[in-house]
Structures are given as C-alpha cells and as structure tokens.
Design a protein around this ligand. Sequence first.
Ligand code: SF4
Ligand code: SF4
Length: 257
Amino acid sequence: MPLPELVKEGERQMTICNACRYCEGYCAVFPAMELRRTFTKGDLVYLANLCFDCRDCYYACQYAPPHEFAMNVPKLLSELRAETYREFTWPAMLSGLFKRNALAVALITGASLVTIFVLVLGFIGRDVLFAIHLGEGAFYRVVPYAAMTIPPLVIALYGLVVFVIGAVRFWRETGGALSDVIDLKAFWRATQDAFGLSYMKGGGAGCNYPAASFSQSRRWFHHLVFYGFLLDFASTSVAAFYDHFLGWQAPYPLLSW
Ligand code: SF4
Ligand code: SF4
C-alpha cells in the first residue's frame, strides 16, 4: 500500500483501538496511542517502531476479519515500519532494495563470494588457496590481513552512518525533543525493555508464533541472534587486542577468550 494510504488506514485503525483499548496491557504501542486523539504521520511512525510484531493484538481482536472493521494492527504497523526504513535510509537511491530484501542479500552475498574467490586466485594463487596452512600467521595466508580488515571496516562505518542518519530522520519526523534524551529514567526503562525484549512477551504468555497458540520461542530466537552478535563483537575485539597489543597471531585456541 502506498504511504499516504497507509497513513490513512493507520488513522482509521488507531481511532478504533483508542475507543476499544482492549489490548492496552500487551505492549508499549497502546499506552502511547492513548496519549493521542488524532494521529499524524509522525505519531504513526513512532507507534509502528514500538511494535515488536508479537501479534497478540491481532489474535485477541474481536474486530479482526471477517468483521467489517478488518482490524490487523501488526500488519499495518509492519508495513509502516518498512516504509519508514525506506524513507529514512541513506542514500535514498538504495532504498528500493528494501522491497526485494531477500533477493538483494542473496545477490550481494553471491557476488561477494565470487569476487573474493577470483581476487584470491588472481593475487595469491591457486597453490596457496588449496594448501593446508597451520601455525602462527596461517589465518592470513589466503586472505591477507589488510584485505580482511579494511573492507569490513569501511562497510561497518557505512552501516553506522546509515543508522545515525536514519535515527536523526526518525527523530525529526516524530518530533523528538532534547529533554527526551536527558530523561535518564525513561532512557533506562527503554534500554531494559529493548535488551529484555519485554514486548515479545505480549501479555505475558508470549507471541502468537508461529500460529495462533502462545509461545516464547520467537523471543528466545531473537535473544540468541542479538546476544550472539554481541558475543561475536566481543570475541573479535579480544582477538584485535591479542593481535595488536600482545602480538599473538591468530589462530587462537578454541577455548581462548
Ligand atoms: S486491536 Fe482490536 S481488540 Fe485490540 S484495542 Fe484495537 S480494536 Fe481493540
Ligand atoms: S507489539 Fe504485539 S500487541 Fe503490540 S501492537 Fe505489535 S503486534 Fe500488537
């Protein structure tokens, strides 16, 4: 659905929810929604990014299809979120990739693997590529240290810039104020909710995932991915410390930090 129609549909569904309020205990979306009587695009964008897509409000809703109100808050908010990702990303000319996310990731991954393979064959040679390398320094013999660190660093910095620009655009769109940032109590609560994925608990029994029955599995899978990435970042940082400050070259023993 195009953004102007999505915003119109958002106003309609949020106005019905505001009159009903049955779902106000499920997540942060409904208490925030209750602070408004009418909804601007910025309000809807804000609400959409509070939603964890637990789907409890869809399965609980007495106005979901086939009712004529055709309420589907998770679907509406997830479409709005996707629109905000497209709108707030940088550079704008790449925003179309969000529409074909899976295809873009598959193509970029495939092209990257082929490029690395061709570069290694061309610059390092077939003999080194297919040989067995052991001992200190073996880790960098096929892909040299500079080639292994500089491109990922550039990509990581680009990612960081995109995040910061996206956050600033979101902040402007939703009318954020400086006092919100220095409200330490609110900041601490938001951090706890985010790190604990509080709103994937729904009303306490979990998400309606993968179907109508309640389950905590989606919350645990998200925890595993998120904390897995954090551990990955920690182990990479420790390895960088070993390499640059202690002079210990990879590979490191399996049970090292
Ligand atoms: S999703 Fe349905 S049940 Fe929940 S508050 Fe909105 S209208 Fe009411
Ligand atoms: S977090 Fe769950 S209950 Fe809240 S709006 Fe999203 S899908 Fe509905």
